[in-house]
Design a protein around this ligand. Sequence first.
Ligand SMILES: NC(=O)c1ccc[n+]([C@@H]2O[C@H](COP(=O)([O-])OP(=O)(O)OC[C@H]3O[C@@H](n4cnc5c(N)ncnc54)[C@H](OP(=O)(O)O)[C@@H]3O)[C@@H](O)[C@H]2O)c1
Length: 261
Amino acid sequence: MSYDIRGKNVLVTGASSGIGAALAEGFARAGAVVGICARRAERLAEVLTRVRAHSPTSQMWTVDLARLDGISEFAQRADSALGGIDVLVNNAGIPKRKKVQSLTSGIVEEVMAINYFSPIRLTLALLPRLIERRGRIVNISSVAARLGPPGEAAYTASKAALTGWSESMLIDLAETGVSVHVVNPGVIDTELFTLPDNDELVAPVEALPVEDIVNPVLEQLASGTFEIYVPEWFVNVVGGKFTDTGKYFDGSIAWLRSQNQ
Ligand SMILES: NC(=O)c1ccc[n+]([C@@H]2O[C@H](COP(=O)([O-])OP(=O)(O)OC[C@H]3O[C@@H](n4cnc5c(N)ncnc54)[C@H](OP(=O)(O)O)[C@@H]3O)[C@@H](O)[C@H]2O)c1
């Protein structure tokens, strides 16, 4: 199931910074026409300049994807402007590093809106078109979806929902020519870790430069691999967790206690 990205139309959400910006540039360098969107117009325009250096007909839209009622109209607009979307990269997202004792249902719903309901709305709005074009859906999830890290219950649930949705959707779409892909970044050096209203990250892991995610995602699409971890070794941690989840969480609690002493 090899896939050639050259000449394809790719929509990347949340491309004004971080992973989305790096992927947008990476797709353009690989020969795709790229549509990028996010809320911050100036940051998007800077990314678009870099993208257009490789792919001059690429375009941008400023949009707040947490406003779920506007997504269907945005999807149609982006699809007609690009002349049909082949690859949808659902990347826009926010962190929420707060213990459950500090969460409100309002905060949890805000996180679900942007991290889960917004990619689902965009996917459903574009699905007929993606089926017509035998397209690709790439969901940027997180290692959190598989590992349940401390202090991130709201974020983890939103990413686990996106991963669970992707797993079932993969099977539903198996006969359509559309393939589904999940990307689980570990710790990648982006603005996600300095946004306000979040606790400090609790993780004994060094952040990777953002460029390190580009080739793995391009290779994933080319080869048709369903799920990848960046860095790759996280797959072993996940495998270890599922052999005995109780023991895994006992270990997490013991590690956190040792950090607080
Ligand atoms: N960095 C990591 O280690 C890591 C690990 C696991 C998963 N991830 C996932 O990777 C994705 C990208 O995150 P990142 O690390 O690259 O962080 P980032 O630099 O903060 O990027 C987040 C992107 O999402 C956009 N966004 C946020 N809210 C939005 C909204 N309401 N409407 C439209 N766009 C919105 C932001 O743009 P505007 O603010 O301009 O709207 C920005 O372009 C996220 O889904 C994140 O959960 C990252």
